[in-house]
Design a protein around this ligand. Structure first.
Ligand SMILES: Nc1ncnc2c1ncn2[C@@H]1O[C@H](COP(=O)(O)OP(=O)(O)OP(=O)(O)O)[C@@H](O)[C@H]1O
Ligand SMILES: [Mg+2]
Length: 317
């Protein structure tokens, strides 16, 4: 049985002065790990801040489980864990004290806050550094502290805004591994906001792509990537006059990208079976030899660029 989404955003508008940062933004976020993907300035952080009540939204509704925003903001905030994009300004203090303090603010009794903080810092890999002054921490270590803070009170939904920003390759991988482990081994519900496609591919099952304050595509990651039933994509390596052949391929409905003098990529939105015979016939007529013709799997990057550039098909179900 298909589970209800954990979070539904309906027609969210948010303006800063005359600038519309969220424009009827909609999303259905299922349980599990969801990527909130979009280029810089798409509105990811604005949506997250709207959800947390940091920047209340102007119009629309958000449903979180059985609660509704803005009505139930205080209850909802208690059930969320948030790793902000910006670095927390912290005075000279240890990670242990800081995370314990945040756990107390989230409502845990003192001793539980201390124990959970101890365990969570261990989980994120900061066991050795937990009593050190955080002013000496690297960016990667700070991201782990922020992740520990988001996790410490065991929230129902974790919201991680650019969780790998500023990390070196090693801590970048460690953080992605933690997110994947939280989702897979611990069954956590997580929204990961990022402009980095590979981070989504490594951690998420579901993706919501946004651009200019609106959703352009959402759906199960695997389904989106195999939606190629509707997108016929071929890599064709040829010898001969590739320009006239490319023009003829355009005439029968393909979008053509020239990769090199002897290779073109041909993309067509179609639910029809591809007629290979027609393509070989075209090649012959244009005195071109087809050296290789292979269906080409769309990467998330292709889907993402297509969605952001052309508006996508708005729903990947
Ligand atoms: N407080 C604010 N005042 C004015 N404009 C804002 C404010 N916050 C965000 N914006 C604008 O809203 C748009 C969306 O910004 P937002 O930070 O939500 O994007 P983002 O998708 O999180 O981008 P990034 O990947 O760079 O973090 C941007 O054009 C930004 O300049
Ligand atoms: Mg942002």
């Amino acid at each position: 049985m298909k589970q209800e989404p954990i979070l539904i955003a309906e027609n969210i508008d948010k303006s800063f002065g005359s600038f519309l940062a969220l424009d009827k933004f909609e999303a259905e976020i299922p349980r599990g790990v969801t990527g909130l993907l979009g280029p810089n300035g798409a509105g990811k952080t604005t949506f997250i801040r709207a959800l947390l009540g940091i920047h209340p939204f102007d119009d629309g509704k958000i449903h979180f489980m059985d609660y509704e925003l803005p009505r139930d903001l205080l209850i909802v905030k208690d059930r969320l864990g948030y790793q902000p994009e910006v670095d927390t300004k912290i005075r000279k203090t240890s990670a242990m004290r800081y995370v314990t303090h945040m756990a107390s603010l989230a409502g845990l009794p003192r001793s539980a806050a201390r124990q959970r903080s101890f365990d969570t810092l261990h989980y994120v890999g900061l066991e050795e550094a937990r009593y050190r002054d955080m002013n000496t921490f690297s960016q990667g270590m700070m991201q782990k502290v922020k992740l520990a803070t988001a996790l410490v009170h065991d929230p129902l939904l974790l919201i991680l805004d650019e969780p790998t920003a500023g990390c070196d390759p090693k801590s970048h991988k460690q953080i992605l591994d933690l997110i994947a482990d939280l989702g897979n081994a611990h069954g956590k519900n997580i929204v990961v906001s990022t402009h980095l496609l590979p981070d989504i591919e490594k951690t998420a099952d579901y993706v919501v792509v946004m651009s200019n304050g609106s959703r352009v595509i959402q759906g199960d990651l695997k389904t989106i990537l195999t939606q190629s039933d509707e997108v016929v994509t071929l890599q064709v390596r040829i010898s001969g006059n590739h320009q006239s052949f490319a023009n003829k391929m355009k005439d029968i409905g393909f979008d053509i990208t020239t990769v090199s003098d002897n290779q073109i990529n041909c993309i067509m939105r179609s639910d029809q079976e591809l007629d290979n015979f027609q393509i070989f016939k075209l090649a012959k007529e244009n005195k071109v030899n087809i050296r290789m013709m292979t269906p080409y799997k769309q990467s998330l990057e292709d889907v993402f660029i297509d969605a952001v550039t052309n508006g996508g098909n708005s729903n990947g179900h």
